[in-house]
Design a binder for this molecule. Sequence first.
Ligand SMILES: *[C@@H]1O[C@H](CO)[C@@H](O)[C@H](O)[C@H]1NC(C)=O
Ligand SMILES: *[C@@H]1O[C@H](CO)[C@@H](O)[C@H](O)[C@H]1NC(C)=O
Ligand SMILES: CC(=O)N[C@H]1CO[C@H](CO)[C@@H](O)[C@@H]1O
Length: 352
Amino acid sequence: MKRLAIALLSLTSTLVHAAKKNFIIDTDLFSDVDDAGALLLAATSPDANLLAVNINYPSSYSALAASAILAHYGRADVPIGIPRPLTNATFFDGWYFALGEYASKVARHFSGGSLPWGHAEDAWDPVELYRRVLAEADDDSVTVVSIGFLDNLSALLNSPPDAHSPLPGRALIARKVSELVIMGGGYPSGRSWNFWGSDPALAAHVINTWDGSLSRVVFLGDDVGKHVLAGGPLMARGPKADPVRMAYVWYGYYEPRPAWDPLAVVYAIYGLGGLFEEGNEYGYNWVDEGDGSNRWVWDEGVRGQVFLRLAAGNETAAEEVDRLMLRGAMSVLYSSMVTLLPSTAVTQATWP
Ligand SMILES: *[C@@H]1O[C@H](CO)[C@@H](O)[C@H](O)[C@H]1NC(C)=O
Ligand SMILES: *[C@@H]1O[C@H](CO)[C@@H](O)[C@H](O)[C@H]1NC(C)=O
Ligand SMILES: CC(=O)N[C@H]1CO[C@H](CO)[C@@H](O)[C@@H]1O
């Protein structure tokens, strides 16, 4: 009977598979650990199909850590891109002197996947990876989730036709991308690390020229995730040898962290749900190419750009992110039980 239930469970997940959202993550997995939490959600969600991970920071440890995390959750098949030339930069908190480094440690202790320790140079060129994955996808089927700097996306916009597609960057995006979700900025105005921290002119290029002819654009500002503190339950109750749990421990010394990037992934997968609401009916975002500050331009003639606000309280949002992170981390535990235990024990095990 329980075998049957498990068979039916996998049948429904196959059926759901057809309707899953496709998405690509563009992450600066390096300075803050919320990118690792976002990657956990992206790699383990049963409700979405992660096509690729692009890194937008050139540390070799960022690529290796992404590979380690994806492999741990059984997603070594997801290709990883990173801009060149690579560095061996490591994070040091010279601001608060409170936070720890996690990327090199995750890369070292959990080495695995397509880019094991020492193999960062085997990563894709991020623009080529975008172009290949978009060319192969169905039209209007890909959500791009930007949770770091916008350099790779700027280069994608400028990209010429290549072996993967005869379309130049903008036309390829217009055909394949259904939604761009950007974590960063302040709404109605602000100045955000993701826009000024690398090259503000590139952030301005992407945000000021990605109009409705390319895709809908959704912004999640710094203020939304700032008070949504997540990671506590993962650290307290997650599997001891989970790489993202350890990243949170090494980075925050058991203190939970703002869930900026995990919230962007939750929105990309589940939409507004009960957590978010749209903050505007019309208008568009504008980024200053000199200092990376942004402001909302209330133009009634422009639709298709939205900034989000929380519809639920900070604590409700944090509980939801924590629930999904813990569920994702535990899912690996259950699937390894299925392979390790004899089949009678599997059918007797309590399914979550
Ligand atoms: C980074 O470290 C690796 C391993 O020690 C080394 O092979 C590589 O040359 C280093 N890269 C740079 C840019 O220093
Ligand atoms: C989240 O917390 C901040 C700081 O206490 C508060 O200003 C804000 O209103 C809270 N947001 C929600 C949606 O409860
Ligand atoms: C490897 C790669 O594609 N790097 C590009 C990423 O984006 C920056 C800014 O657009 C380009 O200068 C790089 O060439």
